[in-house]
Design a protein around this ligand. Sequence first.
Ligand code: 5GP
Ligand code: MN
Length: 351
Amino acid sequence: MNLATNLLDTASNVMRSEAAQSTWVELAALDLIVVTAHRSPDGDAVGSVLALTHHLKEAGLNVEAVLPDRFPRNLAWLPGSDSIHFFEENPEATGELLGRAELIWCLDFNGPGRTGSMEEALRTSPAKKWVVDHHQLPEDFADHLFSDPACGSTCELVFDLIASWRRLESLSQASAICMYTGIMTDTGSFRFSSVSAHTHLVLSHLVGLGIDHARIHEQTFDQRSLNQVQLEGHALSDKLYTWMDFGVALIVLDLETLERFNYQPGDTEGVVNRALALEGIHVAIFAKESKGGLFKMSFRSTGDLSVRDIAAEHFEGGGHRNAAGGIYHGSTALSLVSHIESQLLHWFPRP
Ligand code: 5GP
Ligand code: MN
């Protein structure tokens, strides 16, 4: 049995379907294809958009990569990242692309609302929307929905999609590097419970193409600025609240603190996981003030304890069982701390 067949045997069911396989033949007739992902794009969002864009371009198709807004600095080395159109920076020209596209691949998000200010342009575009995603509870906005919440990353699903097209032989290094990066960042470097034997088969295939995986880790994680490292140190020493009885930790960074360390987008990526790594902590919450009194929230949990429902019910958000997000309209950082403290008993069973 050849590797491609083997790989598809264990792939996500949604990508083993006739529907997935047949998308390939439909592509050839299209004049313009757009590939996009959610706002505040992370490694999986940028990685999956670039991986699919590379692959389709290499097949001779006319493809443009579009993101609602800019990605964190540590992803700028990704091959092809300089050809991405950012809606927020150029709404007219990018909106025109979305309007003219015949197909929009919507990667790594489960509803148009996740694209922020691009939502309207996405909704009103006459293009077909084909979704590849791994978030729970996808909204009904797609012409094709390839969703698998059990899968650890959208990049893994994009790989499976290309496998369903029987096109793994044409996978380029550029595409492979982008996929490897997205799988890596969405699985905490291959350690979350969502990682499966199939994930490792996919990674094996990507590494087998000769990509420099050690360099991918280094470029993504080991090029941090002094400000960024010191902001993290300050967050852990001065802005960390713990309630050990409940196994809950909270870090809150207000605008003043962020300015002091010259905060750049992406600088606090991973800080929430440092809180989760504390002995006895099963839920970590990270809050970052984005404009006066508005806090962007990140939730992480371990095991069966779901933070998705808390994010959805109390913070206008959602996500996955062990990684979710939302927003909080409060007055100050301290009022947020009090709010969380007052809700501990309601939200978290004592371990
Ligand atoms: P992060 O904490 O890394 O920003 O987000 C973790 C996960 O939570 C994301 O992958 C996404 O699924 C979800 N998430 C984050 N922010 C929001 C939000 O504002 N709304 C919804 N529905 N989900 C979010
Ligand atoms: Mn993802």
